[in-house]
Write a protein that binds this ligand. Sequence first.
Ligand code: C2E
Ligand code: MG
Ligand code: MG
Length: 613
Amino acid sequence: MSEPEGTPCHRILVIDDNVAIHDDFRKVLMKRETADSALEQMESALFGAEDEARSAVVFEIDCASQGREGLEMVQRAQTESRPYSLAFVDGRMPPGWDGIETIRHLWQESPELQVVLCTAYADYSWQEIQSVLGQSDSLLILKKPFDNAEILQMAHALTRKWELNREILGRLNKLAFFDQLTGLPNRSLFMDRLRQTVDKARCYNHTGALFFIDLDNFKRINDTLGHNVGDELLKAVGARLSQCLRASDTIARPMEKFPMAARLGGDEFTVLLPEMGKPEFAAVVAQRITEQLSKPLELGSHQVIVTPSIGIAIFPQDGEDVDTLLKNADMAMYYAKSIGPSAFKYYQESMNAVALKRLKIENHLRKALDRREFSLRFQPQVDLRSGQVRGMEALLRWHNEELGEVPPTEFIPIAEESGLILVIGEWVLRTACIQAAAWLKQGLDLPRIAVNVSVKQFSQKNFAAMVGNILAETGLAAQQLEMEITESLLAQDLPEVLAILHALREMGVRIAVDDFGNGYSSLYRLREMPIDCLKIDRSFVGGIEGGAKDRSIINAIITMAEGLDLVVIAEGVETDDQADFLRSKECSQAQGFLFGRPLTTSQAETLLREHRN
Ligand code: C2E
Ligand code: MG
Ligand code: MG
């Protein structure tokens, strides 16, 4: 039948063995002018005026003369996603199922279907009906002979009820399967889709991809700008993600072939690309997602930039089951993060070992302080002319029973990422100060103790106060403590960091810039910074014998430091030639294997004693 576009249409099924009755229903339900308007008048008299769209309901009537036939029609309607909202079912339909039996089958197929059981007076008792069908609010009984208005009323009321039920179900569904903040599918819906898709891919030899996406600097934005801004940001990311995926698929495809984005929680998102043809296609999509997400975002009065790190697992090759796939995509994401920001990486089998080791290190690291697994080594810093020890750099060592000796270059980044560096760094500082104070008390000559400080430690508001406390506690003079910071800390240009540096400087603590020369510091910034010393990165010193380039860089650093009135320490000096070159360029101090390896406490003490004598 044809109806005006946009008019709500409800499908009604009449099941009755008497074909003449089919026509009666059609006449009553499809005669819109007279019957509908009569009913509308009645409705508006009872319930007040309805909106236009509602009152213009159209019914589409289908008929069956046996229960089985009716069931088949309901099944077909379900698979076509055009379900019936209401069925009128006759009580007696020989030779087939009676009304109650028919309804029982219909509800198995379509539990939301509203039903009117049409009976002659003595057909069934209400108890009988309930004993077979249970208690249901989807069933009404209509006694024969019918009144046309009654049928119409029932049709309107019950189809409306069916519609409202569907709406409520839809909303509940949304609560259970969608993330409330972004509106994206949640973990449980995503995992379900992933499971189906992976099964299918295995069956039909398709290739698909799973992305694990994590935002690089979300935590910082959340911590500094507040959770409201954080929430807005996640919403915006969700919207951009869906937009990317929509754009990637303009050709009409069946639903299950569409890419899907989801939010797993926090700042973790996933994307499912069901059928890609080639694994390389994932890189194109990852690239597009990265570009879109990395565009600046206006959130209230702030402009923020977030970048994603993306791990890609291809299925079925990278995992037989969804948990493995997700774990592998997550692992690839870790990798991307380590080379990032805004990088993506395909999962590779070799990642397993490394990622596992990383996790292991982090777990052991958590217990390392309590287990007293840390110790310090001290490397002398000497005057290049006189050979005198001008200071010692404290270098952290970690010995773990299972992992053995883990080098700081391996565990410090993990300590930084996990936040453990805060307590570890405090331990290093306190231990180094205690040691230096003890040596001084013994009358040994140690002008300064140098301690490495991680960028992360500068995010603690009370950092300068903590340093002050440790100095007071240990009795070490502030002038004898030098903190080695990295060039990247200066480059960040954060007012908080600058305030801490000034506070330390005011206390008298000296500041050295470690590994100088790699971090693109501008001269202007260096002049503005409260620093005392530049440590020339070991890579330049190592290149002294190799070529003119490194030599001229060293020369430039020394000249510049002189102009800015800064002390220079050359790091990693291993040969006499290197020392000679540095001396010829008036570099004042040096540190390296040539003058002494990092020493244990007692070795360092011996060295200091020798020097005194
Ligand atoms: P760094 O602060 O630049 O320390 C100098 C590193 O160079 C040390 O490595 C030292 O053993 C090594 N070294 C010294 N002289 C020579 C030489 O002549 N040749 C060569 N090839 N290497 C030399 P180490 O002890 O493995 O420390 C590595 C890095 O770990 C340090 O670099 C520092 O950035 C970090 N680190 C060490 N201890 C701590 C700490 O307590 N806190 C923090 N945040 N970082 C630390
Ligand atoms: Mg250092
Ligand atoms: Mg260094």
